[in-house]
Every structure is written in structure tokens, then in C-alpha cells.
Design a protein around this ligand. Structure first.
Ligand code: VGL
Ligand code: ZN
Length: 213
């Protein structure tokens, strides 16, 4: 069997209830994540997580530009949605959700640490200028297939999945383990369609468990 890893995307306090960039029902990803963590651990499969992690003056923050959060602009030549200040390094908001079984996560991969560029994907920044350590880490362990879920469907999950497919991974997305920002109401469903069109296989948690006994 191909070596597989579970990749949990940005299940952090600031994307959950009460957080700075709270995603509607973001907390509901935690139970799905914990179920798959247990499933993977029972099979000796790898569990990793990405972390959105910004300096306090990050260029994706609306506060740095004197504009309203959730508006569109440009950052260093790239289209950028400006966000509320979120996931500031070492803050409570940047921590993994307290109910996530983080003890079973083997490695975490930060992204978004450069001031002048955002990084939705866990593999590359938004300009594909720099890579994180994730691809090298997975390749070193001969991992060829990923199970992906987390926050947010229409940003970090979507771009992580598209980059993973581009890098040659087989990618399974657990849809009920994802929630979106939905600046436009259809953003999450369009994101799932884009992931599927690019080659990802979409499952609910129940579908996954039934088809992978
Ligand atoms: C994310 C917006 C800004 C995400 C991160 O994790 O999807 N979204 N930073
Ligand atoms: Zn961010």
C-alpha cells in the first residue's frame, strides 16, 4: 500500500469560535480531525499539521494598510484579501484548538512568516516563491498520498490541496472536516469543485471509514 499521511490544515484558535478570523462552524472540524487521527494512529500512518503563523506586522493584515478587513487589495504585486490580525506568532490565537488530539501530531509546519507575502498553501507561499519544509519531510518518508481536512476550505485547504496535486501526491479531502470563510456564499462549494476538478477525491468522514476498513 502507498504510504499515506493525514494533513490537518490550520485548526487553530483564531479560525474557531471566538477567534480573530473565526470561520463559521470552524470548531466542528475538530471531532472529524480527532476521528481520523485515531484512525491513522491505529494503522501506523503519519499525522502532521500546518500552522498559519504571522509576524504582528504581517502584510495580509488590514490593520497594516488602514483598510477594512475582508477587502481586496494588492500585496507585493499579488492580489490579496486583507484579513483581521490573526495567528500572530506566539499568541493564543495561533495555537492549535485545545480539543484537538495534538499529542498524536508528529510534526507541524508553519507558513506565512514572511511580512510581504501570504501563504495559504502548506507547501508554497502565494507567489510560489518559497517552499515550506513540508514536501521534503513527506518525501523523506516516502509518503505519496494525503488525507486533508481543516480550515479554511476556500483558502488554506484549497491551495494546499491544489499544490499537493501539482507536486504529485494523491489527495483525499474530507469535506465535513472542512469549513470555509465564504466571503461569497458559494466560495466553499466552488473550492471543493476546483479541488475535485484538479484530481482530488472528496469523501465525507463516514464515506472514508466505510471505504477504507
Ligand atoms: C487562512 C485566511 C488567512 C486559512 C489563513 O487558514 O485558510 N485564511 N490566513
Ligand atoms: Zn493567515
Amino acid at each position: 500500500m502507498k504510504t499515506r499521511a493525514l494533513l490537518l490544515v490550520d485548526i487553530q484558535n483564531d479560525f474557531c469560535a471566538g477567534g480573530a478570523l473565526a470561520v463559521p462552524q470552524g470548531d466542528s472540524t475538530v471531532d472529524v480531525a480527532n476521528a481520523l487521527i485515531a484512525w491513522c494512529r491505529a494503522r501506523g500512518e503519519t499525522v502532521v499539521a500546518s500552522l498559519d503563523q504571522h509576524p504582528a506586522n504581517h502584510g495580509s493584515f488590514a490593520s497594516q494598510h488602514g483598510v477594512e478587513p475582508y477587502t481586496q487589495g494588492v500585496l507585493d504585486g499579488l492580489a490579496q484579501t486583507f484579513w483581521p490580525d490573526h495567528c500572530v506568532r506566539d499568541s493564543e490565537g495561533a495555537k492549535l484548538h485545545p480539543l484537538l488530539n495534538a499529542g498524536d501530531i508528529e510534526a507541524t509546519f508553519p507558513k506565512g512568516e514572511s511580512v510581504n507575502i501570504d501563504s495559504y498553501s502548506a507547501f508554497f507561499d502565494n507567489g510560489h516563491r518559497q517552499q515550506t519544509a513540508l514536501d521534503g519531510w513527506l518525501r523523506a518518508r516516502e509518503i505519496e498520498e494525503l488525507i486533508v481536512l481543516g480550515l479554511a476550505t476556500d483558502y488554506c485547504v484549497k491551495f494546499t490541496v491544489l499544490d499537493a496535486l501539482g507536486l504529485g501526491y494523491r489527495v483525499n479531502v474530507i469535506t465535513d472536516g472542512c469549513r470555509g470563510v465564504n466571503i461569497h456564499p458559494q466560495d466553499s462549494s466552488e473550492a471543493f469543485m476546483a479541488m475535485a476538478a484538479a484530481g482530488a477525491t472528496l469523501y465525507t468522514l463516514d464515506d472514508w471509514l466505510e471505504t477504507h476498513p
